[in-house]
Every structure is written in C-alpha cells, then in structure tokens.
Design a binder for this molecule. Structure first.
Ligand code: F6R
Length: 261
C-alpha cells in the first residue's frame, strides 16, 4: 500500500483529483469506480473545477458506483443516484449512458446484481476504484465479518453504519436497512484502488486497515492483498498509525517514475 499523508481534507482532495485526472487522461476508455458519502465530496468538487477550467474531460469515461440503498429510486433525495448527479454527473461531460449504479430498486435484485457484475466485466473491468472507509472498517457496504470473497449482492447494514448515516436522513428509522454493494472480491479486481479518509472518526479503522491483520473484522484490510492501493489521509485520519514516519520517509524517497504511482 502506498500511504500519502496530507495536511487537510482539501489537500487530500486535490491530490486524489490529480490521481483520478491522470487515469482519465492516460487511457482511451477509462473506467472509474465511484464512491459516495461525505469524504469524496471535496474530490468531486476538484474534478468539476478541473473540468470547468477545460483541463479534464470525461467524454470517454465509464463509471460504476460502489453501492446504492435498496428501495430508494434515482429521484429519491437520499439515493446515491441523486448524490452522483448533484456532486458530479450534472457538472461534467460524462455520457450518462455510461454511468452505472447498483440496482437498488430493480424488481429482481439477485438477477440485477449478477448483471451489474457482467456490465463491469463487459466494460473491461475498473481502472481506478475510489473508496471511502466506514468508521467500522467497511468498504462499499461490506460490513465487518462479511465474506472477503463476496461479489455484488444485497447486504444488510450494521447498526453502527445506520447510526453514522442517519445524519443524511434526519432520523435513524429512515435509513434503509438493505443495500446493494459491490463485494470485496469485486473491489479487489479493480486495477488500482484509491482510498480517501479524513477526520478523527476514521483513525481507528485506518490503523486497522493498514497495520492490522487481514481480517473480515475490518473489511478494508483486504486491500493489503491488492497489488496497487493508494491511501490518501489527512493528519487526523492518520494519527493512530504506528509507522507514520516511515510512510513519510517512503514518499520522500520515491524515484521520479514512482511519483503519483
Ligand atoms: C459509499 C461507501 C461507503 C463510504 C463510507 C464512508 O459509497 O461505499 O463505504 O465510503 O461509509 O462514508 P463517509 O465518507 O460519509 O464517512
């Protein structure tokens, strides 16, 4: 894992945007995996700004989101379909026919989950998967004790995640209990994973992801098995890391061609 520590959420977002922009501009038909939630909002703001300055086009990009709530249609204010429109899709030149989210309101969810996996495969797989991390160590909505070999499927949110996400719904009772999420195995197939974490609430999960054992108790720790993961952290999310100075040392000693690898 490559660990990059920056001062603030803003400088993390600027660095993550550079990594996304490099992927998008270096490939003929880039495929991005997208995350929602509070953390990537600043990243999407940076990408929109790059696009508005004429420095980045998403015209030939395809996107696949990590997850969606079951039962919330695309027009629901709390759906991740709506989130993506608000924070990215409405402001850049993505071909909307090439933006895909898990099918939270499909009549046959099991079939729709299988089809989502097929769509990702048909697009040639994901080049860069953007990830956040839950305070309990989840990625996507793969909660602690999930299968580390899971594929896109219907999952049940943990009570902690329901409490954490209640801020978007007003009340815990409004948060859907079921979600469709890419599985851990789906995420691990992306060619490059870019995980962003900011703020003190993420420090424990970040420490367990990077320095703990690979364990379903912290699903994000499965990323230790991936050949190419970039973790971008602000100081607050990094503060429990035992080898923080080592990560800074490694970054300072990168060879020229390893910059932004
Ligand atoms: C969202 C997702 C989740 C979030 C995580 C952190 O698509 O997959 O894993 O990344 O719950 O959410 P925030 O950023 O709101 O703390």
């Amino acid at each position: 894992m490559e660990i990059l520590i920056r001062e603030s959420p803003e400088t993390c977002a600027a660095l993550a945007a550079q990594i996304v922009a490099r992927t998008v501009t270096s490939l003929a038909r880039p495929v991005l995996g997208l995350a929602t939630g509070g953390t990537p909002q600043l990243l999407y703001r940076e990408l929109v700004a790059l696009h508005e300055r004429g420095e980045l086009s998403f015209r030939s990009t395809t996107t696949f989101n990590l997850d969606e709530y079951v039962g919330l249609g695309p027009s629901d204010a709390n759906s991740y379909h709506r989130y993506m429109q608000t924070h990215l899709f409405d402001h850049v030149d993505l071909d909307r026919e090439q933006t895909f989210l898990p099918p939270g309101s499909a009549p046959d969810l099991r079939q729709a989950c299988r089809e989502y996996e097929e769509l990702i495969a048909e697009a040639g797989g994901i080049d860069l998967q953007i990830l956040g991390i839950g305070a309990n160590g989840h990625i996507g909505f793969n909660e602690p004790t999930c299968s580390l070999g899971s594929r896109t499927w219907v999952k049940i949110l943990s009570e902690q995640t329901i409490r954490d996400n209640a801020r978007y719904f007003g009340d815990e009772s409004e948060v859907p209990r079921h979600v469709v999420t890419m599985g851990i195995a789906t995420i691990l197939e992306a060619r490059h994973c870019l995980l962003l974490a900011t703020g003190p609430k993420k420090a424990d999960a970040v420490q367990r992801m990077i320095e703990g054992p690979v364990s379903a108790m912290c699903p994000a720790s499965a990323l230790q098995m991936h050949p190419r993961v970039t973790v971008v952290l602000d100081e607050e999310a990094a503060f429990l890391l035992t080898f923080k100075e080592h990560y800074r040392w490694v970054e300072r000693h990168k060879l020229d061609w390893q910059q932004l690898e």
